[in-house]
Design a protein around this ligand. Structure first.
Ligand SMILES: [Zn+2]
Length: 52
């Protein structure tokens, strides 16, 4: 089974912290396991992903 890997860039809209993670496409959604920012924000993010 082919795995679809993505490079995911996440920017917190509250504190501006940036994260770069690797994700996998599952059921049409890119999953990274990312839960929340260091500032405790868990909902307000700017997310972009590119296929690797
Ligand atoms: Zn933050």
């Amino acid at each position: 089974m082919e795995k679809h890997r993505y490079l995911v860039r996440i920017r917190c809209k509250q504190c501006g912290e940036r994260f770069i993670l690797k994700g996998q496409l599952r059921r049409g959604k890119v999953e990274t396991g990312f839960k929340r920012c260091l500032c405790n924000n868990s909902g307000e993010f700017e997310i972009t992903s590119e296929k690797l």
